[in-house]
Every structure is written in structure tokens, then in C-alpha cells.
Ligand binder design. Structure first.
Ligand code: FAD
Length: 423
């Protein structure tokens, strides 16, 4: 019997976990062949990107800078445990759902029997003038490298008499992790007398009047204090309206004209939201109000048998909350693992199972150095214990993705390398 051709669009968290589960369940090479198509040549472990973007700012060797970036990257051609999976590095142009073919850049066509859409999300600029040209985002490895270079340039030039300004727009989990690690690293440089005190000024803007609402109230208060102690100027209730060379314009969230403020910004980092992937946008699937693919409770795309989706590009209603779960690596990992089991059932012609989603998700946010905050199973954690738990979640992911020894090695190397940023 011919093997089913499973094609996974996107080798991010959801795509790789799906493939890995198919390998582990022993169906690859027997019941199906699996192809992953991604525009990049490596999977990027985004939870470590903020470390790479803010580490090794002064006096460190080029090698350690490169290593910090490399650490977040898993080259598809070198992934142990994926030996029977075919990777194609190419931009996916379109999908012909009738002919069941993927059209690649370069006009190559890849046929499929089962399609898995895990294309993630893209930064959302909300049409704000000047934002795409003058702000940097932290999404891919190249972004981390660009932000790193920009910070190094400012650190080299800044003095207490001629301070430089870094503005981070968006106090969601990514913005908070980035700003805290950056502030912590700069304070360490000041202590080591490699940077004059007050030479770099950091501010964090968010339209919401209350910051860090994702954290429990008691943790939120401590997180605010922590960032203030690290010297971050917190500016809640400010919505960015324009970005130009050297400044950011924002208005109070009430939107009154007289409340417009202009803030100096030698570097602006935009971390205020994501939108649907543009290829997903072009596909004729049912979408929710945020452009995510609406799924049936089996991960099947509504009205498209044999087409599945998971991760940031998908909206699967969680029966416990009656909403789609947040876009996060953790959710993408969980969904992909669950989805892969249904792919096996689909190939075997067995009935699909209803998605089994947890009531609540653990959440941890790094707050610079070895401090973090978060909740696991309803229990709140703060400080070093939260930091350790967050690091253990990295290990959990690597352990799922890679053979045990490789997972431990990658994790230990990362922990050791990024720990250098905190000393
Ligand atoms: C800086 C940063 C830090 C984060 N930290 C955390 C964290 O600590 N914890 C957490 O839970 N979440 C975190 N997230 C969120 C997390 O990264 C995402 O939720 C997760 O990546 C979603 O997984 P995914 O598989 O849906 O999409 P992705 O991982 O984004 O994968 C999508 C893949 O599709 C590919 N692709 C897209 N379009 C095309 C195309 N046209 N052709 C070919 N390939 C294409 C992309 O190259 C990409 O590899 C962070 C995100 C960022 C940006």
C-alpha cells in the first residue's frame, strides 16, 4: 500500500513537534512519509532570543556573540531524531487545495495527502507610520542579531552627558523579558565600569493603563518594582502613533489630541503584537477575527478533510475558557503533540479524537538575570525558583524534540552560555 504523503508547512514549534511525534509513534517510513517545508534553514528557539539579543554587549569576543545567536538555532539538516523526515528549504507561495499540491517559490510543486498548516504569525505594525522603517522587531534570529548590533553601537557611544535612549513598545511577555534582560545587562556593565551610569535610558510603553496583567496581582506588583529598580522608565497608557528617526510619538490611550507625547528613541523595539501569517491569509479557510484558521475540535480545518493546523496560525476553542488559547510556544507544542496522534488515526482510517486541552496553562516570564515570575498549577512562583522552573521548561521542550542526550547537552550549553550575561 502506498504511504500517505504528510506535508507540514512551517518548521517552527508546532511543525517540528508534529513531525517528532510521528517519528516516535513509528509510522514514518511505514504508513507515511513526512516532509517539512520552511523558508529558513533552522528552527529558532524563540524563548532564548532575548538572551542572544542582549548578551555579550561589551568586551566579549566575537565568538561568544556568534555562539549566543547560534544557541537558539537548530539547523534542520542537523536535527538528531528527524532522520526519516525530509526538509525542503523554500518559501511556500501558495497551496492548491483542489489538486492537493504546494507551490514553492521557484515553481516546484509538492503533492500531499495530509496537509498540516503550522505557519505561525507575523509582527503586526497596525499601519503605524514609520514603524516598519524605523523600529526593530524580535522574531527571528536575524532580528536578534540586528538588535544586538544596534545596542552595541549605542553602548559604545553613550555617556552620562550624552545619553542614548532605547524605547520598547509593547509590555506583553516578549517585551517584558527583553526589557528586563537588557536593563539587567546594562546595570552589570555599569557595575563593571564598562558603561557610565545613566548613559542608556530605557523606557517601556504600553497602551494598557495596567502593566503585566498576565501575571497574578501580587506578582505584578513585584515585577513592576523589579523593573523600576533596574532603571526602566515604565509608561503605561501610551499608544504609539508614529516612529521616526530618533523619536517615538505616542498618545494617551484615551486618544485626546492634547495628550500626544514625543519621546527620544535612538532605538525603538516593537513588541506590541502579531497578526496572521500572510500565506494563511491567502488560503480560503474559515478564519476568526484575528485571521487565525478556525479548527474543528479534532484539529481538522473546518470543511477541509485531511487538512490540519496548530500553533499561532490556528484558533482552536478551548472548552474550558470558550476561547482560543494564547499564541505561545507552549500551546503550539501541546497542540502539535495532540494533533499528531489524530494524524496517525486519520492515516489508519480510525475515528479522530476530540482535542484534550488543559484548563489553564503554566506561565513564566523572565525578569532579568536569574529572576522570573509565573504560575504553575495555580501556585505562584517568584525569583530564583521561578527562573529555575522557566529554564526547566526549556529542557522539557528539548527533551521532546531531541534524543535525551542531545537535549541535555543543548540545554546545559545554553544555560552555561547565557548565565555569562548575568555575572
Ligand atoms: C522573542 C520571542 C520570545 C518568545 N518567548 C516565548 C516563551 O518564552 N514561551 C512561549 O511559550 N512562547 C514564546 N514565544 C512565542 C512563540 O515563539 C510562538 O508562539 C511559537 O513560535 C508558535 O509556534 P508555531 O509553530 O505556531 O509558529 P513558528 O514557531 O513561528 O513557526 C512558523 C514557521 O513557518 C515558517 N514560515 C512562515 N511562512 C512561511 C512561508 N510562506 N514559506 C515557508 N515557511 C514559512 C517560518 O519560517 C517558521 O519557521 C516567543 C516569541 C518571540 C518572538
Amino acid at each position: 500500500m502506498a504511504q500517505a504523503r504528510v506535508v507540514i508547512l512551517g518548521g517552527g514549534f508546532a511543525g517540528l513537534v508534529t513531525a517528532r511525534h510521528l517519528v516516535k509513534s513509528g509510522v514514518v517510513g511505514k504508513l507515511c512519509e513526512v516532509t517539512i517545508i520552511d523558508v529558513g534553514k533552522a528552527h529558532v528557539y524563540t524563548p532564548w532570543l532575548y538572551e542572544a539579543a542582549t548578551g555579550a554587549l561589551r568586551g566579549e569576543t566575537q565568538m561568544s556573540k556568534a555562539k549566543m545567536l547560534e544557541m537558539c538555532c537548530f539547523g534542520y539538516d542537523r536535527l538528531p531524531g528527524f532522520r526519516h523526515i525530509r526538509f525542503i528549504q523554500n518559501r511556500i507561495e501558495s497551496v492548491d487545495l483542489t489538486a492537493k499540491q504546494i507551490l514553492l517559490d521557484g515553481k516546484r510543486q509538492i503533492p500531499y495527502d495530509v496537509l498540516v498548516v503550522t505557519l505561525g504569525a507575523e509582527p503586526n505594525y497596525f499601519g503605524i507610520p514609520g514603524l516598519p522603517e524605523h523600529a526593530l522587531v524580535l522574531k527571528r534570529l536575524e532580528d536578534a542579531a540586528k538588535i544586538h548590533e544596534a545596542i552595541v553601537r549605542l553602548v559604545d557611544k553613550a555617556t552620562a552627558h550624552n545619553p542614548k535612549y532605547i524605547t520598547i513598545a509593547g509590555a506583553g511577555p516578549n517585551g517584558v523579558e527583553f526589557v528586563s534582560e537588557l536593563a539587567n545587562t546594562l546595570r552589570i556593565l555599569e557595575r563593571r565600569e564598562k558603561l557610565e551610569t545613566g548613559a542608556i535610558k530605557i523606557s517601556l510603553l504600553d497602551p494598557s493603563p495596567e502593566l503585566f496583567t498576565i501575571l497574578a496581582p501580587s506578582l505584578r506588583k513585584r515585577a513592576i518594582k523589579r523593573l523600576e529598580r533596574l532603571g526602566v522608565d515604565l509608561k503605561p497608557g501610551l499608544r504609539v502613533s508614529e516612529v521616526s528617526q530618533g523619536f517615538v510619538k505616542a498618545f494617551t490611550a484615551t486618544g485626546k489630541h492634547q495628550d500626544v507625547v514625543q519621546l527620544p528613541a535612538d532605538l525603538c523595539v516593537w513588541s506590541a503584537g502579531v497578526k496572521f501569517n500572510s500565506l494563511v491569509g491567502s488560503l480560503p479557510f474559515l478564519k476568526d477575527d484575528r485571521g487565525r484558521i478556525v479548527l474543528e475540535n479534532t484539529y481538522m480545518v473546518a470543511s477541509h478533510p485531511g487538512v490540519f493546523a496548530a500553533g499561532d496560525c490556528a484558533a482552536l476553542v478551548n472548552p474550558h475558557t470558550e476561547r482560543a488559547d494564547p499564541q505561545s510556544a507552549q500551546v503550539a507544542h501541546y497542540q502539535a503533540h495532540d494533533l499528531a496522534k489524530n494524524i496517525v488515526r486519520y492515516i489508519q482510517g480510525r475515528p479522530l479524537k476530540v482535542a484534550h486541552l488543559p484548563k489553564r496553562w503554566a506561565f513564566f516570564s523572565a525578569l532579568g538575570g536569574t529572576v522570573a515570575a509565573g504560575t504553575l498549577g495555580g501556585i505562584k512562583f517568584w525569583g530564583y525558583s521561578a527562573f529555575v522552573l522557566r529554564r526547566l521548561s526549556d529542557l522539557y521542550y528539548f527533551y521532546y524534540l531531541l534524543p535525551p542526550f542531545s537535549a541535555l547537552r543543548v540545554w546545559l550549553e545554553g544555560v552555561r552560555l547565557y548565565h555569562k550575561n548575568d555575572r
